[in-house]
Write a protein that binds this ligand. Structure first.
Ligand code: CP
Length: 312
């Protein structure tokens, strides 16, 4: 079935079958990525631009690797070292890049809505690699693929999303995706780190980790985004870790086979204990990174199918 969207700007608005279609395709790429036959040619002759206004390791590298594995010519542009530093606006940058006829544009930007605005000026598909506190759709998709591969399903799992929900586009995209896929979502955070109105998104709210983690299948930790905080949201880092940092004591409340996730980059000893993060029995953090390449290959594939005249 053809993918019904020109751009991927968020998870909100996607249908269950579209998420399943993306995960199914990503699963095939995850398998081929583990072989020596990683390289495909479906994007041969296509130009992919990765435009990053914010720092990134995982997302930027995996989009570059994903594009190259599919045969695209991949160009990376960051705000430092470009004419953005001379004051060129987002829209002028979009018009400039559009004039170079890219076939796909991947964008990360610090402002919510910036990627959508930019997509209106581009002739090619635009992929949101994270916009402000709004959405990070490929992160939610790679999280979903990691969960599905470990647990065999997403529906009816109890997933706890813990920590700095307020500033997290990862949380927002995951809340949309897990809701669409029929998971039970719990948010565990201090009241100051929860956005207003989040109770209307179909989540159970907890302020106590021991209570909130009881019987969970998946424990998804969030990075404390101190760079987005201009006031004190909690008394101190050590108090935050005592109350909300994932350690073995708090983890013991979750199911015996609960899996631990973190989108990265991690603040060890702040939101997660180093030993828990590195626990190869329970932690899926490295698998999340691996699935990031597969999911981004699937997204690049799906969004360029119409242009390639391939809707199989
Ligand atoms: N998870 C994530 O978006 O990581 P990066 O900021 O390193 O891309």
């Amino acid at each position: 079935m053809p993918f019904a969207h020109k751009h991927l700007l968020g998870i909100e608005g996607l249908k269950e079958h579209e998420i399943t279609q993306t995960l199914d395709l990503a699963d095939t790429y995850a398998s081929s990525n583990r072989t020596s036959q990683k390289k495909k040619n479906i994007l041969e002759g296509k130009t992919q631009i990765n435009l990053f206004y914010e720092n990134s390791t995982r997302t930027r590298m995996s989009f570059e690797i994903a594009g190259k594995r599919l045969g695209a010519d991949v160009t990376n542009m960051t705000s430092s070292g470009s004419s953005i530093k001379k004051g060129e606006t987002l829209l002028d940058t979009a018009l400039t890049l559009n004039a170079m006829h890219p076939d796909i544009l991947v964008v990360r930007h610090g402002s919510a809505g910036a990627v959508q605005l930019l997509s209106q000026k581009m002739n090619c598909p635009v992929l949101n690699a994270g916009d402000g506190q709004h959405e990070h759709p490929t992160q939610a998709l790679l999280d979903a693929l990691t969960i599905r591969r470990r647990k065999g399903r997403i529906t009816r799992l109890t997933v706890a999303i813990c920590g700095d929900v307020l500033h997290s586009r990862v949380a927002r995209s995951n809340i949309h995706l897990l809701g669409i896929m029929g998971a039970r979502i719990r948010l565990i955070a201090p009241p100051t780190l929860l956005p207003s109105g989040v109770d209307k998104m179909g989540c159970e709210i907890f302020h106590d980790m021991h209570e909130g983690l009881k019987g969970c299948d998946v424990v998804m930790m969030l990075r404390l985004q101190t760079e987005r905080m201009n006031v004190g949201y909690f008394p101190s880092i050590s108090e935050y870790f005592t109350l909300y940092g994932l350690d073995y004591d708090k983890l013991s409340m979750a199911k015996e086979d609960a899996m631990i996730m973190h989108p990265g980059p991690m603040n060890r000893g702040v939101e997660i204990d180093a030993a828990v993060a590195d626990d190869i029995e329970k932690s899926a953090i490295q698998e999340q990174v691996e699935m990031g390449v597969a999911v981004r290959m699937a997204c690049l594939d799906l969004l360029t199918q119409a242009d390639r005249g391939d809707e199989s």
